[in-house]
Design a protein around this ligand. Structure first.
Ligand code: SAH
Ligand code: SF4
Length: 368
């Protein structure tokens, strides 16, 4: 997804940066809005087809810039309608994007990094290690491609109504590029999604939760997965740097900045690890009275990992125990598992640079 001859790829530039680009060409700011609409809304990448730009400007653009979109190396369609694409990310590597159609919405799950350095114990992406951050155009390119290649919904809406940063990578460890992409997702001149329909999911990089709260109030999901530090240290190693108390305080600050919008807490259900009644009670005490909802995720197994999924009965009992006392709790349906597209199964193709550099897995959290 590079532009070759040092041309600027306009695909990943949010409005402010695109306006600065046009200012440098001596052009008015509205040119940025025009090019955004052509690119993101009409899917046009050829400046020559952008007919409301003067011929001179189109020629000037062709010399200095390009709109470079990604081409997947593979598309897989699941029996349940889920679609997974593999997008090359250089040096033989690739990241994955998943589309999950439902009657009320179409959710696109996008990747933010090639691999992930945070090494959560139950995650296929983490097990692959980390190679690099995706650029803003590589992140937005996943959305561009899905919008162009999926049929519209029966009601005429675009196929993708919701976007979650829940693919490969830790979005808040690639803050600048994720923010640029999120700005485009909610811009009226690009994808025009409401902030409620764009969700950044984080394992808990606390300083960047605060930053996101100031910069862009999209919805926030937090991968909690354990109700105490001893267990969370083991499952989500970033917890050793930012323990639960610190993480939750950042969550409540985030919620308070945005009229107490609910934060979603993701909780992967691991048999005999975090799924007992005592764990449910402990979780309840953390979230009681707060703007919080819980999303239970049945663990999705992958090769080389020993965890097991909690039984359906255990998950139901855990959910009921929290619900009875007034928490909003949902359980995520597993989708696309016949094409390895379910939560936590996205492995892509990653050459781990961190493990080879630091020589040990535990040291990987140091790069967060
Ligand atoms: N890095 C971010 C976003 C990507 S992961 C984060 O951790 O939040 C999206 C969700 O899938 C996270 O809640 C993650 O913990 C969860 N997940 C990871 N591995 C999983 C697995 N094997 N089964 C079920 N959920 C998993
Ligand atoms: Fe990274 Fe999220 Fe997987 Fe943890 S769960 S290793 S933060 S992608």
């Amino acid at each position: 997804m590079t532009t070759g001859a040092a041309k600027t790829n306009l695909l990943g530039l949010p409005q402010g940066r695109l306006e600065a680009f046009f200012a440098a060409l001596g052009e008015k700011p509205f040119r940025a809005r025009q090019v955004m609409q052509w690119t993101h809304q009409r899917g046009v990448t050829d400046f020559d087809a952008m007919t409301d730009l003067s011929r001179k400007l189109r020629e000037q653009l062709a010399e200095t810039a390009a709109v470079v979109v990604p081409t997947p190396s593979l598309r897989q369609d699941s029996a349940d309608g889920t679609v997974k694409w593999l997008f090359p990310s250089g040096s033989g590597q690739a990241v994955e994007t998943v589309f999950i159609p439902e009657s009320a919405r179409g959710t696109l799950c996008i990747s933010s990094q090639v691999g992930c350095a945070l090494d959560c114990a139950f995650c296929a992406t983490g097990a692959q290690g980390f190679n690099r951050n995706l650029s803003a155009d590589e992140i937005v390119g996943q959305v561009w491609h899905a919008m162009q290649h999926l049929p519209r919904r029966p009601n005429g809406e675009p196929a993708v109504t919701n976007i979650v940063f829940m693919g490969m990578g830790e979005p808040l460890a690639n803050y600048r590029n994720v923010l640029a992409a999120a700005e485009l997702l909610i811009s009226d001149f690009a994808y025009g999604l409401s902030r409620r329909r764009v969700t950044v999911s984080t394992s808990g990089i606390v300083p960047h939760i605060d930053r996101l709260g100031d910069d862009c109030n999209v919805s926030l999901a937090v991968s909690l997965h354990a109700p105490n530090d001893a267990l969370r240290d083991r499952l989500v190693p970033i917890n050793r740097m930012h323990p639960i108390r610190e993480l939750l305080e950042a969550c409540w600050r985030y919620a308070a900045k945005h009229s107490n919008r609910f934060i979603t807490f993701e909780y992967v259900m691991l048999r005999d690890v975090n799924d007992s009644a005592a764990h449910a009670d402990e979780l309840f005490r953390l979230l009681d009275g707060k703007p919080a909802k819980v999303n239970l995720i049945p663990f999705n197994p992958f090769p080389g990992n020993d965890f097991e999924r909690s039984s359906a009965d255990t998950i139901r009992a855990f959910q009921e125990r929290l619900r009875r006392r007034g928490l909003v709790v949902t359980t995520r349906k597993t989708r696309g598992d016949d094409i390895d597209a379910a939560c936590g199964q996205l492995a892509g193709k990653v050459t781990d640079r961190v493990r080879s550099r630091l020589g040990e897995r535990g040291a990987r959290t140091a790069v967060a």
